[in-house]
Design a protein around this ligand. Structure first.
Ligand code: BGC
Length: 265
């Protein structure tokens, strides 16, 4: 298995894309730290699925995938550091960080409130930045290589009217990967972004319930369907593995062709 012996922290893994990534990485042999903020029941469900996969794997007990849940608000740097430390304490080391936790708030630019701006930027960008920093400190100290994977968005490239703070955060993630790739390369630490398009997850509940908007969006997606969380998770598992050792500072778009075919609705 690709991730045998590795420990991975997936932020925001109580639902949606994060949950699918946690389960996929476990299916490749990794031990998983499941982070959640407000859905303990979702985190428990992720844990159940991770442990189920663990018990299906015919590996020695030391190597079987298993999960561990931790509550943390990614918008608070102290909690981010505590989360990374909890992961290291629990499993002894940490090799892979998936910066998946993210949120968006709808408002025209001229109505964006400071509190909403801060909420989005703090979780999506500041949390990812300081989680990466805490992992890097651990890796440099223990002289281990590692992998950081950011779940950004097609909106690290593409404007998304009425979601300006979200676009800023994803644009920041784009530069985060490029900049840190250069700084961390000499330590054997890679960083890459996976940029989903429209995926069937709770962040899109409103869209999924609006037939007209959904129809218009589908016309923009050459593959003519929304993505599934598993479409993202497969790529993350590859980028987290040694097969991707020579890849860093890149963004990989998983969007059914949306980015090259986008017309504003
Ligand atoms: C956003 C979704 C949106 C999709 C495509 C994602 O980053 O979270 O709300 O549907 O991009 O525009």
């Amino acid at each position: 298995m690709k991730l045998d012996g590795k420990v991975a922290l997936v932020t925001g893994s109580s639902q949606g894309i994060g949950q699918a990534i946690a389960v996929k990485l476990a299916s490749e042999g990794a031990k998983i730290v499941i982070d959640y903020r407000s859905h303990p029941e979702g985190a428990e469900e992720t844990l159940r699925q991770v442990n189920e996969i663990g018990s299906q794997c015919h590996l020695s007990k030391d190597h079987a995938p298993e999960g561990y849940t931790v509550k943390a608000d990614l918008g608070d740097v102290e909690q981010v550091r505590a989360l990374v430390n909890a992961a290291i304490q629990h499993f002894g080391h940490l090799d892979i960080l998936v910066n998946n936790a993210g949120m968006e708030r709808h408002a025209p630019f001229w109505e964006v409130r400071e509190a909403d701006y801060d909420a989005v930027l703090n979780v999506n960008l500041k949390g990812a930045f300081f989680a990466a920093q805490a992992l890097t400190q651990h890796l440099i100290e223990t002289e281990r290589p590692g992998k950081i994977i950011n779940i950004s968005s097609v909106h690290e490239e593409l404007p998304f009217p009425n979601f300006a703070p979200y676009c800023l955060s994803k644009g920041g993630m784009k530069m985060m990967a490029r900049d840190l790739a250069v700084e961390l390369g000499p330590y054997g630490i890679t960083i890459n972004n996976v940029a989903p398009g429209a995926i069937e997850t709770p962040i899109n509940t409103k869209l999924l319930n609006d037939a007209e908007k959904l129809g218009a969006l589908l016309q923009n997606i050459p593959l003519n369907r929304l993505g599934k969380s598993e479409d993202i998770a497969t790529l993350v598992a590859f980028l987290a593995s040694d097969e991707a050792n020579y890849i860093t500072g890149s963004t990989f778009v998983v969007d059914g062709g949306l980015l090259w075919n986008y017309h504003e609705q």
